[in-house]
Design a binder for this molecule. Structure first.
Ligand code: ADP
Ligand code: MG
Length: 242
C-alpha cells in the first residue's frame, strides 16, 4: 500500500497555477527522486506534502487517512514526514546537540535523557557525534547539512523529504551528504528527494519523476528514464546534464 498518495493536487499562487493535477504515490521503502528545471514546481510539491503550503485542490493521503484537519493531526503528521532543506535551517544560537534534541523534547515530548540518547544515535549515524558542542557557524556546509539530517531523523519519521540537499554546498562537500542519504536508502527509509545530482538520482532512486511546468511529465524507473525517456522534454532536460 502507498504510504503517501497524492490525487489531483493543484496549487495556484494568484493566477499562476504552479502545480497542475498532480497524481503520484510512494510506497514504504521507496526512494523517489524528483528532477526538473528551476520553477517547475518541485519545492511547492514538497511543501504541499509537508503542509508548509496549503493545496488549492486535490487530496493528499497518508496511509488511508487524508491529511489536514485539526492542529494536533497536522503536528502528528509533520512528525512522521520530515523535511531537509537546501539552506539547512539549523538554529544558529543552539549547539549541534541542542538542535537535535529540540524536536524530541518539544514535539515528541521525550525527556532529556531519551532525547539525548536519540540525538547521539543519529549524530553518530551521520558522522557528527564529535561535534555535539559546536555551533552551526563553526561547521562546514556539508557538516551543517549532516546535522540537519540527524535532526530530522531524531523524529523517527516514516518519510523524509529533501529539497535540493546539496545545492548550497561547495562541490567537495556534496559527496559526504549524498553518502549519508544513500546509507538511509539502504536502511530502507522512505524518501522523496528533489535533486540536480543526476548520477545520484539514477543510482539511489527506485523511481524518478521529471517535473515540467507544474506537471509530472514522466515517472519511471531510473534505468528507463535516464536512458530511454518517453517524453521529448525529459530527453531535452537530461541532455543539459550529460
Ligand atoms: P522549483 O522548486 O521547481 O524551482 P518552485 O516550486 O519553487 O519551483 O516554484 C514554482 C513556481 O511557483 C515558480 O514560478 C515560483 O515563482 C512560484 N512560487 C513559488 N512559491 C511562491 C509563492 N509563495 N508565491 C508566489 N509564487 C510562488
Ligand atoms: Mg526548488
Amino acid at each position: 500500500m502507498a504510504i503517501i498518495d497524492v490525487e489531483h493536487l493543484s496549487k495556484t499562487f494568484g493566477t499562476h497555477e504552479v502545480l497542475k493535477d498532480i497524481d503520484f504515490n510512494i510506497e514504504k521503502g521507496e526512494v523517489v527522486c524528483i528532477i526538473g528545471s528551476s520553477g517547475s514546481g518541485k519545492s511547492t510539491l514538497l511543501r504541499c506534502l509537508n503542509l508548509l503550503e496549503t493545496k488549492s485542490s486535490g487530496k493528499i493521503l497518508f496511509g488511508d487517512t487524508e491529511i489536514g484537519g485539526s492542529q494536533k493531526k497536522i503536528n502528528d503528521y509533520r512528525s512522521k514526514v520530515g523535511m531537509v532543506f537546501q539552506s539547512f535551517n539549523l538554529f544558529n544560537n543552539m549547539t549541534v546537540l541542542e538542535n537535535c534534541m529540540a524536536g524530541c523534547r518539544k514535539v515528541l515530548k521525550k525527556n532529556k535523557e531519551q532525547s539525548h540518547a536519540i540525538s547521539i544515535k543519529y549524530l553518530k549515524k551521520v558522522g557528527m557525534a564529535a561535534y555535539i558542542n559546536a555551533k552551526p557557524a563553526q561547521l562546514s556546509g556539508g557538516q551543517k547539512q549532516r546535522v540537519a539530517i540527524a535532526r530530522a531523523l531524531t523524529m523517527e519519521p516514516e518519510v523524509l523529504l529533501f529539497d535540493e540537499p546539496t545545492s548550497a554546498l561547495d562541490p567537495e562537500m556534496v559527496g559526504e551528504v549524498l553518502n549519508v542519504i544513500k546509507e538511509l536508502a539502504s536502511d530502507g527509509l522512505t524518501m522523496i528527494i528533489v535533486t540536480h545530482e543526476m548520477a545520484f538520482a539514477r543510482d539511489v532512486s527506485t523511481r524518478t519523476i521529471f517535473m515540467d511546468q507544474g506537471v509530472i511529465a514522466e515517472c519511471d524507473v531510473p534505468e528507463k528514464l535516464f536512458t530511454a525517456p518517453n517524453n521529448p522534454r525529459t530527453k531535452e532536460f537530461l541532455t543539459r546534464f550529460m
